[in-house]
Design a protein around this ligand. Structure first.
Ligand code: TRH
Length: 382
């Protein structure tokens, strides 16, 4: 097949920090390949970090095919661009590659970060001509509304999630892989957060609860380094801490599919950044999102915008509970019993989460939207 065929796509991923950039890119590649039969090349600048998300990656090979995606190191001057080029998060394409794109008139789309802010709808799909080359970059914004690019969601995700949730056997097998036994009826809370998160307030609320809880904490450091957070906890084994009715289990970095299962299986999820946030939405359980920390409190504005959109049709008590717990978690708001209230309201919150997940899941997903956008650009219809 000719590289100028619109079925050939190149995707560029620069890893800034953490796992969100590669997490999003890897999901997008897989969805384009599996759900839309696109031939994808994924260029990554940092194989070592990427290996965390793509464990099969051989860091010594410049090019390799994994799950039908051709993974490559950053392109050289000889690399010929594909017909459709996705730059992710304004990662800057190599100069020679870009000049070649202009010569062969590739379609150039920049996939942006997810935000629920209202300006996203105005900027989505807008063109930005290159100042010197004869080529135009188009902005593609993920989002929660129909007039944005939508959210990443593979075709079979909701079915897979429901199969998992409808099978007690599969769930207990999964829990056993994390060392949780069948007779453990504690409330399960997954925890994936930045160091600034207000874990202490959460713990205080859990101690006061008359139910036992287990925190599944995604943390790769040593258990000893956590003594300032989990003060006076007793260490049961290399991965487990206990105090009163609260057990904390350190969870190793899971595969993306097992991390999904963890979110599906828990009663409450704490997520962060960009990709785990979206996956928490698909889990249809209550979640608290910690946005990636930015200067000038930009992340708090983003968080407020998301909560306004997410909870606009919820009863007022749910709206304020979600806002207060998010502010306590991420903006150091004084906890006035918010987390305690959150734990008590979980059944109500979980049914609201289910409703919201359903509303999002009937919208077109990001990969499908991206494909139809690229087709319109190819026909010059945008
Ligand atoms: O790792 P993050 O903090 O990534 C962040 C954000 O994307 C942020 O917007 C970006 O600017 C910054 O990186 C550079 O959080 P995020 O986005 O949730 O990405 C984590 C990825 O790791 C996601 O794909 C889920 C995956 N994951 C696993 O596969 N296994 C695990 O055990 C865990 C905890 C996560």
């Amino acid at each position: 097949m000719n590289k100028q065929d619109p079925q050939y796509w190149d995707i560029f991923c620069k890893i800034i920090d953490n796992y969100g950039d590669i997490g999003v890119c890897w999901r997008l590649c897989q969805q384009l390949v599996n759900d839309h039969r696109i031939q994808v090349r994924l260029f990554i600048d940092d194989f070592t970090t990427a290996k965390k998300i793509i464990p099969q990656l051989d860091t010594n090979r410049a090019q390799q095919r994994i799950e039908d995606v051709m993974i490559c190191i950053w392109p050289t001057a000889e690399t010929m661009p594909a017909k459709v080029v996705i730059e992710t998060f304004s990662c800057t394409l190599p100069d020679t590659y870009l000049s070649q794109m202009a010569t062969q008139q590739s379609i150039w789309i920049n996939l942006e970060y997810l935000s629920a802010e209202t300006w996203v709808s105005d900027f989505h799909a807008k063109p930005s001509p290159h100042p010197t080359l004869k080529i135009t970059r188009h902005f593609f914004f993920p989002g929660f509304k129909d007039d944005t690019g939508g959210l990443l969601r593979e075709k079979n995700l909701i079915t897979k999630r429901d199969e998992f949730l409808n099978s007690t056997i599969t769930q207990s097998e999964f829990w056993q892989t994390l060392g949780i036994q069948n007779n453990d009826h504690s409330i399960k809370i997954s925890l994936f957060c930045y160091p600034q998160a207000n874990i202490k307030q959460l713990l205080l609320a859990l101690f006061e609860s008359n139910q036992a809880s287990t925190i599944l904490y995604s943390f790769s450091g040593t258990i000893k380094s956590l003594s300032h957070i989990f003060t006076d906890f007793k260490q049961l084994d290399a991965n487990t801490l206990v105090k009163q009715n609260v057990t904390v289990r350190l969870v190793p970095f899971l595969s993306q599919s097992n991390y999904d299962r963890l979110l599906w299986a828990c009663d409450l999820n704490f997520v962060r950044g960009e990709d785990s946030w979206i996956r928490a939405i698909w889990a249809s359980k209550t979640f608290i999102w910690q946005p990636y920390i930015q200067t000038e409190e930009t992340h708090i504005k983003k968080m407020r915008a998301f909560l306004a959109a997410y909870s606009h049709n919820a009863p007022e008590e749910i709206q304020s509970l979600l806002l207060n717990t998010h502010l306590t978690w991420s903006a150091a708001k004084e906890d006035k019993g918010d987390f305690k209230e959150l734990m008590l309201a979980l059944p109500k919150l979980n049914s609201y989460a289910k409703q919201q997940t359903h509303l999002q899941s009937i919208q077109a997903d990001l990969a499908t939207n991206l494909l139809s956008f690229s087709e319109k650009l190819a026909k010059n219809k945008v």
